[in-house]
Design a protein around this ligand. Structure first.
Ligand code: ADP
Ligand code: MG
Length: 568
């Protein structure tokens, strides 16, 4: 029974009305754990008569599997894939690992999802619910964010529930509804439903104030406390509310039989919630089927068609309370029952979590998973696999190489702090000349991406010089990056960095023949800066012609076209 929530229900009712009326709506429900976001999503499901409902949810886990969340949402609609324009169809097929093809870019995957949803909504209004969006894999979150910002005139509703988080907010800028605690009257009613003896007025008020009307806190915190213990409320609120609720779950878990707790740990370690996997892994650990009963009767957990915890805080309570060894055992058992052909990446994650020290075989598997993630366009997942693989690698050369690859993947995924950390690891190790130059290049690229300021050009220039004897193509590309960074840094007139870059580029290795468009652009720009307009005009014109010709890939074109245009 949903108490109160008049305002929230009204907003959601209106959203459904709009969607039924052929319009699209996006809403982000934001609030602390236990405040009732999932309950409001359930409300939407109940009210969504006449609509088709699609659901997905994030699960707290180390695992970062490319497009896992999106796949969950779209799986029931994939029969419409055929109706999408081929580039979109292929992009989504590749992202979901159904087909192999060129790694799709974010834009194309987002467009494809948009297309798929409106295709489905053509038939019947569609409501998509995404719970715990803070735990979606990054590729899925990006795609859904893309969709949310571009939904326009279709019968599609997209409702997210997300934990409020301080600094970096997922889904920022979308229409949102902050979910707060229950009002006093409803909070009292909820509290009365779990406390069966008359409560002193002052104590009750204090409990309500301490929980700020958070329904989960109201339901959970008084449990197992005797009247005398409650007399002063819950005591000093030294901890934030979610941590207190989690502690209270931990206290309820502690007296359960050891075997039950081990079963719960296995379930907590498996984000997909597949009962067959949980039972299979439990059997390997010698845990019998009756072990679940104690937890089910406590209402903490359900092992039916899917594994479900009372609340995600139960899951984190279990996982956190377990010893490192127990966690590793659980992950190892899960790895053993995960099919290496059907689900190699989840298996690799479990193996990685089961390993405490360096392990080349597991590091190797993670590297392969990273390759697969990359091939599907899952940059963040590739980076996460590689990063873990670095941690498990002992041999210094391989370790440094993997760290460099991980740094590159993190940078491509836009996680520059992580990239710089890994880059430092790579540079501390023995790298050959080419990789050292690549590390320099990456450092310059990150500097450029982060602030477009004056630190990038010299870094890129140094990288280009180092590359000269190693890789001509990459050298010239790097010179072009150095030039564009110098232009961005605002030195076009003042010279300095820009002139240095242009002169170095001219002194560097010449282009292959016939020169590809970016090479023409480099030569043209270097001439423009060193010799002036007249000397450079023919080359720059050739460059522009080459860019507008068909033969250049879209990515390559987009990458440099902004530079070419103002020079024309
Ligand atoms: N308005 C409400 N009235 C009564 N119980 C509620 C209400 N909202 C949430 N609850 C209960 O509180 C608990 C936590 O709610 P939940 O929706 O899971 O929180 P969240 O998703 O924000 O973490 C659930 O057991 C739910 O049934
Ligand atoms: Mg929830």
């Amino acid at each position: 029974m949903l108490l109160d929530r008049r305002r929230e229900r009204e907003v959601l009712d209106r959203l459904l009305e709009a969607v039924r009326g052929g319009r699209s709506r996006v809403l982000v429900l934001r609030g602390e754990p236990g405040v009732g976001k999932s309950a409001l999503l359930e409300y939407v499901v109940e009210q969504a008569s006449g609509c088709r409902v699609a659901r997905a949810g994030g699960v707290q886990s180390e695992m970062e599997l490319a497009f896992a969340g999106l796949q969950q949402l779209c799986a029931p609609m994939l029969d419409r894939l055929e109706r999408l324009p081929p580039p979109q169809r292929d992009a989504l097929g590749t992202a979901f690992g159904l087909t192999t093809g060129v790694a799709p870019d974010r834009f194309l995957v987002g467009l494809a999802v948009l297309g798929l949803l409106s295709e489905v909504a053509d038939e019947r209004p569609l409501v998509c619910l995404v719970d715990d969006a803070q735990w979606l894999d990054r590729a899925s979150l990006q795609a859904l964010e893309f969709v949310a910002r571009r939904l326009f005139a279709d019968s599609v509703g997209l409702v997210f529930a997300v934990r409020q988080s301080g600094a970096e907010q997922a889904l920022a800028g979308l229409p949102e509804l902050v979910v707060e605690g229950l009002g006093d009257g409803d909070a009292r009613a909820l509290l009365a439903s779990v406390i069966r003896w008359p409560l002193d007025e002052r104590v009750r008020d204090r409990i309500i104030a301490e929980t700020r009307g958070n329904p989960l806190a109201l339901l959970e915190l008084p449990r197992g406390l005797a009247p005398a213990e409650l007399a002063g409320g819950f005591g000093l609120p030294v901890q934030p509310l979610p941590a207190r609720i989690e502690d209270s779950f931990q206290r309820r878990l502690a007296p359960l039989p050891a075997e039950t707790r081990r079963l719960l740990l296995v379930a907590a370690a498996e984000p997909v919630g597949e009962p067959a996997l949980v039972w299979g892994a439990a059997a390997r650990l010698g845990i019998g089927v009756e072990a679940g009963d104690a937890a089910e009767s406590e209402g903490l957990f359900e092992l039916g068609a899917r594994v479900r915890f009372r609340h995600p805080l139960v899951r984190s309570a279990i996982y956190r309370a377990a010893s490192g060894q127990d966690r590793r055992d659980a992950h190892r058992a899960l790895a053993e029952v995960t099919d290496p052909r059907l689900d190699p990446d989840r298996r690799a994650w479990h193996l990685a979590q089961a390993t405490s020290g360096p392990d080349e075989a597991v590091a190797d598997e993670l590297e392969r998973s990273a390759g697969r993630a990359q091939a599907r366009g899952g940059l963040a997942a590739a980076a996460a696999f590689l990063e873990r693989s670095v941690e498990l690698t002992l041999e210094p050369v391989r370790r440094a190489e993997r760290a460099l690859a991980a740094a590159r993947a993190q940078a491509q995924a836009g996680a520059f702090d992580a990239a710089l950390r890994l880059l430092a690891t790579a540079e501390a190790g023995p790298l050959d000349e080419l990789r050292r130059a690549q590390a320099d290049l990456l450092r310059g690229q990150i500097a450029f991406a982060v602030n477009r300021g004056s630190d990038a050009p010299p870094l890129l220039l140094a990288a280009a010089k180092r590359l000269e004897s190693l890789d001509v193509g990459l050298t010239r590309e790097t010179y072009l990056e150095a030039l564009s960074a110098a232009m961005y840094a605002g030195r076009f007139v003042a010279g300095g960095g820009l002139r240095d870059a242009a002169e170095a580029a001219r002194a560097g290795p010449p282009a292959s023949q016939p020169p590809p468009a970016p090479d023409l652009l480099l030569d043209g720009l270097a001439l423009l800066i060193t010799e002036g307009y007249a000397a450079s005009a023919p080359t720059l014109k050739r460059a522009l012609r080459a860019f507008s010709s068909e033969s250049i890939s879209r990515k390559e074109g987009l990458r440099w076209l902004w530079l070419a245009c103002p020079t024309a």
